[in-house]
Design a protein around this ligand. Structure first.
Ligand SMILES: Cc1ncc(COP(=O)(O)O)c(C=O)c1O
Length: 368
């Protein structure tokens, strides 16, 4: 089978460096919040052009701690998208805040700012766009709304490490950026990990305290916090991959361009990164996702030909059984529902051979 991602192949080139970085940690005897986390935070902040970067235990925790540090409270409304991974909404609910959904733009799969604007009420405190599949959301218009209504902007950058808008990296645009280092992400660890980026010193200090039992150290606790620290061993592995992230993302973009070239004109509907109005969106193609009128048939054919594919996401957030209590129903977000019926994500990663991409695209084009 051609896999969606090929982490074993990625490891071939970096195995030595990763193992020696991890050996350094083991030998150091400094296993929690040591030198590797410190170095990774500095390098990640530099790369993302963020003033602060704080390593945490996962992308979900990054979202939760960012919301908490920005003082989002129980009962506050947070506008987000119905077309995302469940964790985006879990984090809002952990706070006791109310996730208010706004339908997506059918081309980018990202939150439609016009629809978000219609969901603003007196209780709205924040907007939480997700740069889904590595395509940056329309941060210009979302930022405009935030300014007009005095809202915080928390970016879910779990799928978008290295993406940018007009050269500005996602995660350094809103009040906070939340990254996941789940192994299959563009920048992935060898286990769980996450990062919060912020520009504001006070918010950064709050995230740092919250991730470490509400303490700056010395067994003095200023707040009720959590145990949510990025692991030293993960930081060692992430440092090795961070050095290569530009190359990894460039390769993903190249594979996406190949798919696009072969599939344009076919029955599959491609979802190009948005552009125009002098705005340049730089996607990092965490996924290469097409729409197809006969998605399930196509998926079956690919499977028979030894090609993996995935449906991200088959059930929109408002239709998830765990979230029935939010009171949404089928038909509330037609674009997200249509996307859930039509989308198919194809294998994409820096390691996939061009010839495999060409073969997969040709197979899809011929199945029209
Ligand atoms: C959009 C999105 N948000 C949040 C998360 C949660 O990240 P994690 O799995 O590191 O907790 C993920 C990925 O898993 C994600 O894809």
């Amino acid at each position: 089978m051609i896999p969606m991602v090929n982490l074993k192949k990625q490891l071939e080139e970096i195995r030595g460096e990763i193992l020696s970085g991890m050996a350094e940690v083991v030998e150091s005897g400094q296993y929690v919040l040591g030198k590797k986390v410190d170095e990774f935070e500095h390098r990640a902040a530099e790369y993302l052009d963020a003033k602060h970067a704080i390593g945490v235990a996962s992308g979900t925790d990054a979202l939760y701690l960012a919301l908490k540090a920005l003082d989002i409270k129980a009962g506050d409304e947070v506008i987000t998208t119905p077309f995302t991974f469940f964790a985006t909404v879990e984090a809002i609910l952990y706070i006791g805040a109310v996730p208010v959904l706004a339908d997506i733009d059918p081309v980018t799969f990202n939150m439609d700012p016009e629809k978000a604007a219609r969901r603003i009420t007196k209780k709205t405190r924040a907007i939480l766009p997700v740069h889904i599949f590595g395509h940056p959301a329309d941060m210009g218009r979302i930022g405009g709304l935030a300014k007009e209504y005095g809202l915080k902007v928390i970016e879910d950058c779990a799928q978008a490490f290295g993406a940018s808008i007009n050269g500005k990296k996602t995660g350094a645009i809103g009040d906070a950026g939340c990254f996941s280092f789940y192994p299959s992400k563009n920048l992935g660890g060898i286990g769980d990990g996450g990062l919060v980026t912020v520009q504001d010193d006070e918010t950064a200090a709050r995230v740092r305290i919250l991730r470490n039992h509400g303490s700056r150290g010395g067994y003095m606790h200023e707040a009720l916090g959590y145990n949510s620290r990025l692991d030293e061993l993960q930081a060692a592995a992430l440092l090795v991959k961070l050095k290569r992230i530009e190359d990894y993302n460039a390769k993903r973009r190249h594979k996406a361009a190949l798919y696009t070239k072969i599939l344009s004109g076919s029955r599959s509907i491609l979802c190009p990164p948005p552009g125009g109005d002098g705005v340049s969106y730089h996607s990092v193609f965490h996924q290469f996702t097409i729409r197809h009128p006969h998605r399930d048939n196509l998926r079956q054919k690919l499977q028979e030909a030894g090609i993996s594919s995935m449906i991200y996401y088959p059930i929109p957030i408002h239709m998830q059984p765990a979230l029935h209590f939010l009171g949404y129903k089928e038909g509330d977000f037609p674009e997200a529902e249509k996307a859930a019926r039509e989308v198919l994500s194809l294998p994409i990663c820096p390691e996939i051979a061009d010839s495999d991409v060409e073969m997969i695209a040709a197979k899809i084009a011929e199945s029209n």
